[in-house]
Design a protein around this ligand. Structure first.
Ligand code: SF4
Length: 371
């Protein structure tokens, strides 16, 4: 079975290269070709001698996520449905489908990637939750989504790349593979992104937050808050029963933020559920003594039983936070016409769920007609 190289650190490549009897500096060349130059074919790695390239082609493999479909949005973003897992790879990972979104903006692009296929966390406003956990992604499958999205849009890349780990899955429940991928993304000799441009979003897995705080190299941290009381959060995010607000926010207060580092709290505003002025005042109290900004994300009506907040409630919520000194921004999710919420593409591709959900099937037909 050929050895999968995508996702290997420079140290792991050094070990592999040594096992071939090659000189150690070849590992750095391979690492550069894979992550800085995004070469997925050995024949294209012109920094490596031809004889070694031919040997690698026989004995190793590079398996980036395969694009199943592209869903371009009218706002310029592109949603990718990827197939991962290959019988040709040595990692034994079973095939699955995941999503990533490429979002170009003036001067930068943001790429949203998945860390698991499906998710076990069961947030009630999330379609990925309906898939359950299919499996953890490998480091190569995580970093590969960024590499493929960059390569696909090579001709139009802006100078800055942001990566958000906010697609399918809870990154802190796939900690080792996620952090192995993040280290490659942040390595100046790898993908070379700045730590403040890579954001890991968690539903609030406290042991993972504590572990992340001890890492020398780490991404920025976003926490999916979405509620102003335990009662509300238990109903929306059952993970809150395991890590209630006091425990979660206690971990945030103890987290060793660096100078100029802050938490981002994501708060999906669900009309009539968590968007009242009293909710806003409770959020202010919860976040006292935490260096934080809040992203308010108005809910997009879709296949789940929630409604969008009114323009007045969004504005009032933001004003209460700002008046009390909490930075708050209203963020509208992009690519709404090609399904903005994580998990939606994989969900509509799932035959079982298609037969179970006529509403989803109709949305799929609409998309296909648009394309
Ligand atoms: S919101 Fe994130 S953590 Fe919650 S179920 Fe969806 S993918 Fe999982």
């Amino acid at each position: 079975m050929p050895v999968e190289l995508l996702g290997k650190s420079v140290e792991e490549l050094r070990e592999y290269i040594a096992s071939l009897g090659e000189r150690p500096f070849r590992a750095a060349q391979l690492y550069h070709a894979l992550y800085a130059e995004r070469r997925f074919e050995f024949s294209a790695m012109t920094n490596i001698p031809a004889a070694l390239r031919e040997r690698l082609a026989r004995e190793a493999t590079i398996t980036p996520p395969r694009i199943v479909r592209r869903f371009p949005s009218v706002d310029g973003s592109i949603r990718y449905l990827f197939s991962i897992g290959s019988p040709m790879s040595d990692n034994g990972a079973k095939p699955a489908q995941i999503e990533a979104v490429f979002m170009p903006r003036e001067g930068r692009q943001t790429i949203c990637i998945s860390t698991q296929a499906g998710c076990a966390v069961d947030c009630h406003f999330c379609l990925t939750a309906q898939l359950g956990l299919i499996r953890n992604l490998t480091a190569g499958e995580i970093v590969g989504q960024v590499l493929v999205a960059l390569e696909e849009n090579r001709e139009q890349l802006a100078p800055q790349t942001n990566v958000v780990l906010m697609g399918q899955g809870e990154p802190l429940l796939n900690y080792d593979a996620t952090m192995a991928a993040v280290r490659i993304l942040l390595d100046p000799k790898g993908v070379a992104l700045a730590p403040r441009h890579v954001t890991l979003s968690t539903s609030g897995i406290v042991p993972g937050i504590e572990r992340l705080g001890k890492e020398k190299i780490r991404p920025s941290l976003a926490i999916s808050l979405n509620a102003s009381s335990d009662e509300q959060r238990n109903a929306l995010m059952p993970i809150n029963r395991k890590y209630p607000l006091e425990v979660l926010l206690g971990a945030c207060r103890r987290y060793p933020l660096r100078p100029r580092e802050y938490f981002t709290f994501e708060y999906v505003l669900l009309g009539g559920v968590n968007d009242t002025p009293e909710d806003a005042r409770r959020v202010v109290r919860l976040l006292s003594h935490i260096r934080a900004k809040v992203n308010l994300i108005p809910w997009n009506p879709g296949n789940l039983p929630y409604r969008a907040p009114t323009a007045e409630s969004i504005e009032a919520f933001q004003r209460i936070l700002m008046d009390k000194g909490v930075s708050a921004f209203v963020r509208y999710s992009r690519g709404q016409d090609v399904f903005a919420a994580c998990g939606q593409l994989a969900l509509i591709e799932s035959a079982d769920l298609l037969s179970a959900s006529p509403e989803v099937r109709i949305r799929r037909l609409e998309i296909e007609t648009e394309l």
